[in-house]
Design a protein around this ligand. Structure first.
Ligand SMILES: *Cc1c(COP(=O)(O)O)cnc(C)c1O
Length: 365
C-alpha cells in the first residue's frame, strides 16, 4: 500500500478498501502449489471460508474475477431453458453469460432498484418449464437486495436449480448455504471480503455437482466438477494466485475474530446510517436525494443514491474526491443520475461517517 493511503477513505462498491495488514500478507515468498505447504494453507482457508458461507461443503477458490464463477455456474448447470431474473446491470450480465454459453434464456425484468417478488416468480415459473434460474443477491448497480432464500425455495418448488450471484452480498449480507438448501453461490474477493481483486469463490451443493458430472461442454478452466475434485484434496486444478491466497488467510482470521453474524450486523448498521443521512441531508439542503431501492429491500453493503437533477455524479464524485473520499459513480444507465457508497468489507460506522461528512459538505456548497 502506498504510504499516502489511509484506510477508510475509499468507498467504491468494488474494489473496496483493503487494510494494510492484508496487503502486506501478499509479500510472502512463493511456494509449490503441488506440495504439502500449499495443501495445509488450502485446508486452513477452507476452515475459514466455511463459516462465511455457513456451509460444510468445500468452498472453491478460483483465480479469476467473479465473472468467471458466473460462467462456471452456467456451464455446469443442468441442461435446459434458463430464466434470468434481471433488476440491474449485474443480473443483466448473468443473462448475457447464459446466452453467450448458447443457452435458451428468458429474461424476467423488473425496474432497476426493484427486487423480484415470490408470487410473480411463482406465476412465471408455472407458465413455462425452466431448468435453471439466475439471480443476483445484492445488485451492486442499484443497491437492491433480493430475498435469495425465498427465491431459491420458490425455484425448488418448481424443480428448478437456482444460481446465485452474491458478489456484493457474501461476507456482508446474511447468507446460509446449508440451512437455506442453496444450489450454487458465487462471490468475488474485492467486495464484502475486502481483499484485492483477482480471486473468487463458489459453493455448490453435492446434488449440483453430481448432476454436473453427467453433462458435457463444461469447459476446462471453469469446470466446477474439477474444482470440487481438487478442493477435496486441498488443491486447485491450475496454478493459484498465491499472493491473494496469503491475503485471504489473514482476512479470514479477522473475519473469524469478528464473527460472521457480527459482520452482517455491522453492514446492516452502515446501511441504516446511510439511509438516515439521506433523509437528514435532504431536509437540511432542500435537495431531494433518495436511495433508489425501497426501504425493506436495501442492500446492507451498497447504497445507490439519486442525485438532484442539476448535480450529475460526474460533478459530484470528483468534488467529494477533493475532500479525500472516493465514492462511486452510478453504474450503467444510472451513471450520471446516482452515486454509490460501498459501505462494505472492513468499513465501520466511523469510516462511513467520514464519507458522509465529505458528501454532505459538497451538497451544502
Ligand atoms: C462486481 C460484481 C460482479 C463482477 O465481478 P468481477 O469480479 O468484476 O468479475 C458480478 N456481480 C455482482 C453483483 C458484482 O457486484
Amino acid at each position: 500500500m502506498t504510504p499516502t493511503h489511509t484506510f477508510g477513505t475509499f468507498f467504491l462498491p468494488g474494489p473496496t478498501d483493503v487494510r494494510e495488514e492484508v496487503m502486506a500478507a501478499m509479500m510472502q515468498p512463493m511456494i509449490a502449489h503441488r506440495g504439502s505447504a500449499f495443501e495445509q494453507l488450502f485446508e486452513r482457508l477452507q476452515r475459514g471460508l466455511r463459516p462465511v458461507f455457513k456451509t460444510e461443503r468445500p468452498v472453491y477458490i478460483s483465480s479469476s474475477s467473479a465473472t468467471g464463477m458466473m460462467e462456471a455456474a452456467i456451464r455446469c448447470a443442468p441442461q435446459g431453458r434458463v430464466l434470468s431474473l434481471v433488476n440491474g446491470a449485474f443480473s443483466e450480465r448473468f443473462a448475457h453469460i447464459a446466452s453467450m454459453c448458447a443457452r435458451d434464456v428468458d429474461r424476467y425484468d423488473v425496474g432497476w432498484g426493484q427486487i423480484h417478488t415470490i408470487p410473480q416468480l411463482e406465476e412465471r415459473l408455472s407458465m413455462r418449464k425452466y431448468a435453471v434460474i439466475t439471480v443476483v443477491h445484492s445488485e451492486t448497480s442499484t443497491g437492491a437486495l433480493n430475498d435469495v432464500r425465498a427465491i431459491s425455495d420458490c425455484a425448488h418448488r418448481h424443480g428448478v436449480v437456482c444460481l446465485i450471484d452474491s458478489v456484493s452480498g457474501a461476507g456482508g449480507a446474511e447468507l446460509r448455504f446449508d440451512e437455506w438448501k442453496l444450489d450454487y453461490v458465487l462471490t468475488g474477493s474485492q467486495k464484502a471480503f475486502a481483499l484485492p481483486p483477482g480471486i473468487s469463490f463458489g459453493v455448490a451443493s453435492s446434488d449440483f455437482i453430481d448432476r454436473a458430472s453427467g453433462s458435457s461442454a463444461r469447459g476446462v478452466y471453469f469446470d466446477l466438477v474439477e474444482l470440487d475434485a481438487y478442493a477435496r484434496r486441498n488443491q486447485t486444478p491450475s496454478t493459484p494466485a498465491l499472493p491473494l491466497f496469503y491475503a485471504l488467510e489473514v482476512q479470514l482470521s479477522a473475519i473469524a475474530n469478528e464473527g460472521i453474524e457480527a459482520r452482517w450486523s455491522r453492514h446492516k448498521s452502515m446501511a441504516a446510517r446511510t439511509q438516515d443521512w439521506i433523509a437528514k441531508i435532504s431536509d437540511e439542503t432542500g435537495k431531494r436525494l433518495a436511495n433508489i431501492a425501497p426501504l425493506g429491500s436495501q442492500s446492507p453493503t451498497v447504497s445507490t443514491i439519486r442525485l438532484p437533477a442539476d448535480l450529475p455524479s460526474e460533478t459530484f464524485t470528483p468534488a467529494v474526491a477533493k475532500k479525500g473520499i472516493v465514492v462511486g459513480n452510478g453504474y450503467g444507465k444510472l451513471k450520471s443520475s446516482t452515486f454509490r457508497i460501498g459501505h462494505m468489507g472492513d468499513h465501520t460506522l466511523d469510516t462511513l461517517d467520514r464519507c458522509l461528512t465529505a458528501c454532505a459538505s459538497v451538497l451544502r456548497s
